[in-house]
Design a protein around this ligand. Sequence first.
Ligand SMILES: C[S@@+](CC[C@H](N)C(=O)[O-])C[C@H]1O[C@@H](n2cnc3c(N)ncnc32)[C@H](O)[C@@H]1O
Length: 234
Amino acid sequence: MTGPESVLADARILFGAPQGDVRELYDRAADRYEHFRELWLRIAGASAENAMLEEVGRRLQPGARVLDAGCGTGSLSRKLLELEPDLRLTLLDLSPAMLARAGDLPGEHLVGSVLDLPLPDASFDLVVSDWVIETVSDPIRAVQEYLRILTPGGTTIYTFCSLPQGFFSRAGSSWLRGAVTHGFAGRFLPAERTPWHDCGNSSRARFHGGLTTTVTLSTCCTVGPELTPTASDT
Ligand SMILES: C[S@@+](CC[C@H](N)C(=O)[O-])C[C@H]1O[C@@H](n2cnc3c(N)ncnc32)[C@H](O)[C@@H]1O
């Protein structure tokens, strides 16, 4: 779809639909999702996603068991397979329409929720989750689930939209936060809703004045809310 029709379709997704059921919203947005994803990466998301891919690249071993939690249309998994083609991939998403667009990718494809993963304890070496936890009702619970299914020594890496500190950053980003909230049921997580564990095995990087964040945690981590920014912030 191109031209005015395309602009209208975008506007309908971003501003026309009242925010409701997340699954239904993504089922409806699935056709246009990759277009928005590219736009989001260009506007704000690329730095956090690239930081995630760098972390992943340092850890991926041939044959690794990897869960792409909230995989959407599979864009991140495609990048993972470029880094390491020999992966045992599982793709999981709440929206059947989003997951269907990842149908060309190898591995197990599951419709399910990150809040209650239909997967056994200690069964994955790596859990990645790109722009997902800000769309769920309980982001801390989601990350607890990611940690539950990690094998000893495993890693979870997640990106999310974060609420920037300070009046000017918040005011400057309000239009973007509005678009993400209305179009994609995403919230910009404030510190008290941010899953985090401050220890020697965790790391966190913030970008665009705090608008996006990448977090890496290990199995030793017991995740809770981030109450205050710490010295380990980058
Ligand atoms: C902004 S998209 C990100 C998709 C993909 N990770 C990416 O980077 O393109 C958010 C995704 O999370 C999924 N999602 C929302 N709530 C979920 C839940 N509770 N469990 C699993 N997936 C969920 C949506 O269906 C959607 O595909």
